[in-house]
Design a protein around this ligand. Structure first.
Ligand code: ADP
Ligand code: ZN
Length: 464
């Protein structure tokens, strides 16, 4: 049941001891980078309150091989709670220090670079030493093992290979576990299905939006994944999705679906993962130290309150990050998990602090719209949100596909369904949207992370 029983079930005080030791090592290591070397030059706290890095992008090679050496007094925390005295690191810090400002080792020690997919701006780059890659693979093996994946499984990895961490991250982890891995990547749906069927794949890793889209190809090929495949487990992640979407994928494919969370800045997938209980995601606290803060004041929130997840790497070598603001919104779940693992659990990510929509003063997260729509059986698997200005007012419109397996009605019934969707959304959001029902498979899909929000107020702005 456990990949590394001792560490996964370690008692909380021993875990805290391990974390503190690793945190201090991380701080020392971090000071070897140009960014933290400067930020922590005079010790830990006071100076750190301001962003010390001025943000001049480095010339190519500017930092390679010449990381700033730790200067001044060393930082040694005597308790984990003292971490809150240190300033946050932000995505802008990473961008400003591009490319090598956060590197703590000589470039010759680095064996891999990954980059975030840049959903909300320029990409950032992340470096890995052999040990970083080894730890990451081990974490993924731990995640997979936790949900019951074993050597005899056949794993089809439908996440993108390349700069995106989803593909290669799981690939190395699955190999570490000893599972035959099919590195197929996303897209080319009929070939995916052919491999799934003929290689008798039992485990997949897939974007939730793609899992829903892929299902329509089964229908087209007159196959039923429940009867014609050997699938039993899917890992979904990389984009926000509701519990309703998870259940939908479980029902369509007749499998267990587990939520996988991570971000390139920490390593990629493997940061937090659901266990067999499916009640929240265990943050692997022997490698990452999590905090939840108020995204506006920056204050650490009491346990159980929803806020922004902040992560500190405890074992990363090439690029340790201290109090990194993920912008992802979640909360710690109270209590112990029945699985016996002691690592704290976070709730599923409801969105990023920067994808909140303000519609005529009302705050809305796209995931609320998804959750509401997916609870209506006649509603299909894809939707899209548009926001426009009409007579100086914000207008929220939702286009949503109907589910032709459930809906066989007349035009009048279609109208009723539309009214039902509007009423459900109004009740959840507190604003009245336009709802347009469209044909199944008619809304755009992408091979990468799905984009569902198009905000046309003041020109096209970034959405999800
Ligand atoms: P980008 O920030 O450009 O999307 P990444 O590929 O590193 O780059 O993606 C990490 C982000 O993806 C996370 O910060 C989070 O917003 C989102 N994400 C990853 N896994 C999940 C998940 N299971 N649920 C919701 N969002 C997720
Ligand atoms: Zn658990």
């Amino acid at each position: 049941m456990y990949w590394e029983k001792e560490v996964e079930t370690m008692d909380r005080s021993a875990l805290a001891g391990l974390q503190l030791g690793r945190l201090n090592e991380s701080l020392t290591r971090a000071r070897g980078s140009a960014f933290y070397g400067k930020r922590f030059a005079g010790g830990a706290s006071s100076e750190g309150a301001q962003p010390a890095y001025a943000g001049t992008p480095a010339q190519p090679g500017g930092y390679a091989g010449t990381p700033a050496k730790p200067a001044g007094s060393s930082i040694e925390l005597s308790g984990l709670e003292e971490l809150t005295d240190l300033p946050f690191t932000t995505k802008d810090d990473l961008r400003n220090a591009f490319p090598y400002g956060f590197l703590t080792v000589d470039l010759q020690e680095v064996i891999r670079l990954h980059s975030s997919s840049g959903t909300t701006g320029n990409p950032t780059v992340v470096f890995h030493t052999p040990r970083d890659i080894d730890h990451w693979g081990n974490l993924i093996a731990r995640c997979m093992y936790t949900t019951g994946v074993r050597k005899q499984d056949v794993f089809q990895n439908m996440m993108g290979y390349g700069l995106f961490t989803g593909g290669l991250g799981f690939h190395y982890g699955a190999e570490k576990l000893g599972v035959m891995t099919i590195p197929i990547g996303p897209g080319n749906s009929k070939r995916q299905i052919w491999f799934l069927k003929h290689l008798k794949a039992t485990v997949i890793h897939i974007l939730p939006s793609y899992a829903l889209r892929l299902y329509s190809f089964f229908e087209e090929m007159q196959l039923d994944p429940k009867k014609d495949l050997h699938l039993r487990i899917a890992f979904i992640g990389a984009e926000p999705h509701s519990e309703e979407i998870r259940r939908k994928i479980e029902e369509l494919y007749g499998i267990k679906v587990y939520n996988s969370y991570g971000l390139s800045e920490m390593c990629g997938p493997g940061v937090a993962f659901e266990c067999e209980c499916q009640v929240g995601l265990h943050v692997w606290e022997d490698h990452f130290y999590p905090e939840i803060i108020d995204p506006v004041s920056g204050e650490v929130l009491p346990e159980g309150e929803r806020g922004e997840l902040v992560l500190t790497t405890l074992t990363r070598e090439a690029m340790p990050l201290i109090r990194y603001r993920t912008r992802d919104l979640t909360r710690f779940l109270p209590g112990e998990c029945p699985c016996g693992r002691t690592h704290r659990r976070i709730d599923r990510i409801t969105g990023r602090s920067d994808d909140m929509l303000i519609i005529n003063g009302v705050n809305i997260f796209p995931i609320q719209i998804e959750k509401t729509l997916m609870a209506i059986p006649e509603i299909g698997r894809n939707y899209l949100i548009e926001i426009n200005k009409e007579n100086f007012m914000d207008r929220l419109s939702v286009k949503v596909e109907i589910n032709e397996e459930v809906f066989h009605g007349t035009l009048a019934e279609l109208e009723k369904l539309q009214i039902k969707a509007v009423a459900a959304l109004r009740a959840e959001l507190g604003v009245t949207p336009n709802v347009k029902l469209v044909e199944p498979s008619s809304l755009p899909v992408s091979e990468g992370k799905v984009r569902r929000v198009y905000d046309y107020r003041g020109g096209e702005q970034g959405g999800l």
